[in-house]
Design a protein around this ligand. Structure first.
Ligand code: GLC
Length: 584
């Protein structure tokens, strides 16, 4: 029996369903992005059709129907542009070309055609803060003299100290080491430094130069003309730097203050950046079909992040504070309340996300039995390994809880299969620049980027027709292929399908949230949205649920009978439920 069919009448309860004041007014808008579910495809790890072990655009086109059938509104496609792949494509050498490892522009057009047929939008990942050091403009800048207009596309400065031996300021790269690299001038002398907030292969553009803005507006139109449904905008808070580039003692990777890394950073959240997005919003509005902009604006506190989604700016912004909140009743309640308030104040939806290509997957994070030795980074073979069973139970519960929230939700490829990270990845496979730039002190993000398991047709679990896989897959994934989960009613895949279908039919994304008063001493976190009670048990004891009809539980082990007569239902620890309460 599937979980949706498994409806249980619950005659008795010990939680009084008293609700607090609404924190989020109902939305009457039909704008799709207010309630969307957007699925992130990381192309190099989705599906390989050429046998080289790297996923490609034809692979996405071939399998897109599986993702559409989940019930998602749009795909966010991580970069597939021409790139030397020093940061897995976030180092773009030509914004108007498809990298040959991923295919051709015609392959992109075919993907759009298939997406249109399936009714799914494709959002392109735009990387405007920096490009690749192989981009024609940077190559030209290096070949041109100091002070030339070619150098003005980037942030070149003279060094400090004797013979300019010191970088222009003390900024650190997000991936470790200084954020400046010294060049050799065309005449062979030691020269200026250029700024790179990320890898030295990713020079930052100079957004004070209007030519840079003009170039990106043209890039925007290029992809909109080809049918892109909009853009996810990479490091959308970083484009403009404070004038004078003042020293800053914080760490750009946030390691000194996890959770609130960038509050006063001179390279993040500068007011002038908002003008850029106002122009981009108006460009999107010239096109039919509600094209959208979504910000990766990792600014704090969340009230500042809401500035990116004011009515004339972007449509959505990723909710990183929610993603970084652990298995913690008070912290979850606080960040959800704050998010709804902050985004509601600018009439924008909040978004919710648990996994992406930059953080350990939530099935791994929530199964950790010891604090991560490197917060925000992956686990490796030397670290205490996560409890996979606990991690999956909590991951499904967290997902059900998240999908019950009003606003937009983001899913990361493979979470619908219950995948965790490859935490046993041998170091010789690591490709994330942060691993090399910190001499292995940081393991980087490869663990969450491992190619997907599709079926048992090849030793790369159907990812490729060959055995090739750019990162090795964990042995236990053989049981987690999409094919293996297809017909199992209790599989994570079918759980996601049920949850997304119910979320849509109950219009939870457009609803509003009323917290359920907690009478369980911080165990049960519950709210009501559009007549559905959503409850998550973060404690260690089962909690009795109010009378009602169970619409969906996070697993077949989520519920158990309350008493010997089996007359009521308990929500077990590490589980969540959607329930329609009995009318009294
Ligand atoms: C964003 C991307 C990340 C990339 C970085 C630099 O944070 O999500 O993967 O490394 O920007 O482009």
């Amino acid at each position: 029996m599937s979980q949706t069919e498994q409806r249980t009448a619950i005659p008795q309860h010990n939680i009084e369903a008293r609700f607090e004041e609404p924190t989020h007014g109902p939305s009457t808008s039909s704008e799709w992005w207010r309630r969307s579910v957007i699925y992130q495809i990381y192309p190099r790890s989705f599906r390989d059709t050429t046998g080289n072990g790297i996923g490609d655009l034809p692979g996405i086109t071939a399998e897109l129907h599986h993702i559409a059938a989940l019930g998602v509104d749009a795909i966010w496609l991580s970069p597939f542009f021409a790139s030397p792949q020093k940061d897995a494509g976030y180092d773009v050498s030509d914004y108007r070309a498809v990298d040959p490892i991923f295919g051709t522009l015609e392959d992109f057009d075919a993907l759009i055609a298939e997406a249109n047929r399936l009714g799914v939008k494709i959002l392109v990942d735009l990387v405007p803060n920096h490009c690749s050091n192989e981009h024609a403009l940077f190559v030209e800048a290096l070949a041109s003299p100091k002070g030339s207009s070619a150098r003005e596309h980037f942030i070149f400065r003279d060094g400090r100290g004797v013979d300019c031996q010191l970088p222009p300021n003390n900024w650190q790269s997000h991936f470790g080491g200084p954020a400046w690299t010294r060049i050799t001038e065309p005449d062979g002398t030691p020269g200026q430094y250029y700024l790179h907030l990320f890898d030295s292969a990713q020079p930052d553009f100079n957004w004070d130069n209007p030519a840079v803005g003009d170039e990106f507006e043209s890039v925007l139109r290029f992809w909109l003309d080809r049918g892109a449904g909009g853009f996810r905008v990479d490091v959308a808070h970083a484009l403009i730097k404070a004038s004078g580039l003042p020293d800053w003692d914080g760490r750009a990777d946030g390691a000194d203050s996890p959770g609130y890394p960038f509050a006063d950073a001179p390279m993040f959240g500068q007011p002038a950046v908002h003008e850029v997005y106002r122009r981009w919003r108006s460009i999107c509005e010239e096109y039919e079909g509600e094209r959208v902009l979504c910000a990766e604006a990792n600014v704090h506190p969340i009230e500042s992040m809401a500035d990116w989604v004011r009515p004339d700016e972007m449509h959505q912004s990723f909710n990183f504070p929610f993603l970084h909140t652990g298995w913690d009743h008070a912290a979850l309640k606080a960040i959800i309340t704050r998010s709804l308030k902050a985004f509601g104040a600018v009439n924008a939806p909040s978004t919710w996300v648990l996994s992406n290509h930059d953080v350990p997957r939530h099935a791994t994070r929530l199964g950790a039995t010891a604090p991560s030795p490197r917060p925000g980074d992956g686990l490796g073979p030397q670290d205490e390994q996560p409890d996979i069973v606990l991690g999956l139970a909590r991951a499904r519960a967290a997902t059900l809880f998240m999908l019950g929230l009003p606003g937009g939700a983001y899913l990361y490829q493979g979470e619908e299969l219950g995948l965790g990270d490859n935490t046993m990845l041998p170091n010789e496979h690591r490709q994330d620049p942060s691993y090399a730039r910190t001499n292995g002190e940081r393991l980087g993000r490869d663990g969450c980027r491992v190619p997907l398991p599709w079926d048992d047709s090849s030793s790369s679990l159907g990812f490729s027709d060959s055995a090739a896989s750019w990162l090795p897959q964990p042995a236990e994934w053989a049981k987690l292929t999409r094919q293996a989960q297809e017909t199992d009613p209790d599989s994570t895949l079918n759980f996601y399908r049920n949850a997304l279908a119910l979320r849509s039919s109950s219009q939870l994304g457009l609803g509003n949230l009323n917290w359920l008063e907690d009478t369980t001493n911080g165990q049960l976190l519950g709210f009501e949205n559009t007549g559905v009670m959503v409850a998550l048990n973060l404690g260690v004891e089962p909690v009795a649920l109010p009378a009602g009809e169970v619409l969906l539980a996070s697993s077949s082990e989520a519920l158990s009978p309350a008493g010997p007569e089996g007359s009521a239902v308990l929500l077990n620890p590490n589980a969540a439920v959607w329930l329609r309460r009995a009318s009294s």
